[in-house]
Design a protein around this ligand. Structure first.
Ligand SMILES: NC(=O)c1ccc[n+]([C@@H]2O[C@H](COP(=O)([O-])OP(=O)(O)OC[C@H]3O[C@@H](n4cnc5c(N)ncnc54)[C@H](OP(=O)(O)O)[C@@H]3O)[C@@H](O)[C@H]2O)c1
Length: 299
């Protein structure tokens, strides 16, 4: 077989950067980001795929500005749903494998206990609604696809909660952080590594025919914590970045930190379907957090 061509859409984002690393020896990588394509322009999306002629499309791009999406619903919908539909159509046309990421924000947060894939989505904000529309677009087109719903993504690159906390920790003695939203912080590193493992298995025929594995799966680090607990865990590990300082983290309710977009109280996703189908489990969130500090230390 000739060398596989792997199109990474959103290659400069948090997950995109890690996918470039985890797939580096899997074939010929074609990375595309905002400097080469505008995903809000459908013709550019189609042209991007046709000129790359990939065997695998890894879509790590998304309109991820959750609060800004409330005032830019059309752009969010075009990037997260319309561009995603075109990727699915182009993948189907050439029998390429499409890997796509979605979000815990498709749920309303009201469940007691982890959300499973068969739970009814009920997004509470524009971003969640646009990501749900993207999932549905792929499912309607069909073909060889994997949708991984994940949550609270962060890592050594990009803009995320951990890097924001490290910056604020240098500037302040104490912080107020929301304590009534619970989720599973998930690293871009863990996501990219698990994606590579599963794609390897799919390509090797390890999981059977397309219909046996194609579908929607939850994929997060295990365990759960509030944003405040996550901030405390970050500061407990950040001594060298903060010159020995350790800011106090006060708990506040979401109502004391109003944002344009409403967020779910319980964002915890069950990973049992992923484990049962592919034999893959991401690390506990605390272990994955250690991994990000190691990566930051080696930069
Ligand atoms: N971040 C989270 O907490 C989280 C949680 C659950 C699920 N997810 C999902 O996980 C996936 C990866 O997220 P991430 O955190 O890696 O996101 P990210 O760091 O924001 O990366 C997304 C990439 O998409 C690019 N992009 C956005 N709009 C574009 C456009 N119109 N044209 C071209 N490129 C565009 C962004 O470029 P710019 O930076 O220039 O905009 C960025 O490089 C996404 O599907 C996201 O919905 C993320």
């Amino acid at each position: 077989m000739s060398v596989r061509r792997i199109l990474i859409v959103g290659s400069a984002g948090q997950v995109g950067v890690e996918l470039q690393r985890s797939f580096a020896d899997a074939g010929e990588i074609v990375g595309r980001d905002r400097d080469t394509v505008d995903l809000a322009v459908p013709e550019q999306v189609r042209e991007m795929v046709r000129s790359a002629a990939p065997d695998i499309i890894l879509n790590a791009a998304a309109y991820t500005a959750v609060d800004r999406a409330e005032s830019e619903p059309e752009v969010a919908m075009t990037v997260n749903a319309e561009a995603t539909r075109i990727l699915a159509e182009e993948a189907l046309r050439t029998s390429a494998l499409l890997v796509h990421y979605s979000t815990d924000y498709v749920f309303d947060g009201s469940k007691v206990g982890p959300w499973v894939e068969t739970d009814e989505p009920n997004p509470q904000n524009v971003y969640g609604a646009s990501k749900l529309a993207g999932e549905e677009a792929i499912q309607n087109v069909g073909g060889k696809y994997l949708i991984f719903r994940t949550s609270w993504v962060y890592g050594p690159h990009g803009s995320n909660f951990l890097l924001t906390m490290l910056r604020l920790g240098r500037e302040r003695e104490s912080l107020n952080v929301v304590d009534d939203q619970i989720g599973a912080p998930t690293t871009s590193i863990e996501l990219a590594n698990a994606t590579r493992t599963i794609v390897n298995g799919v390509l090797a025929g390890q999981f059977g025919a397309d219909a046996d594995w194609a579908g929607l799966y939850h994929m997060t680090c295990s365990g759960s914590v509030s944003w405040r607990g996550f901030a405390q865990a970050i500061f407990a590990r950040a001594q060298s970045q903060l010159n020995g300082k350790s800011p106090t983290v006060h708990p506040i309710p979401s109502s004391a930190y109003p944002t344009p977009a409403k967020r779910p109280h319980n964002s915890v996703l069950s990973n049992e379907k992923l484990a049962a189908r592919f034999g893959v489990r991401l690390a506990p969130w605390e272990v994955a957090l250690d991994g990000v500090f190691e990566a930051l230390g080696s930069r």
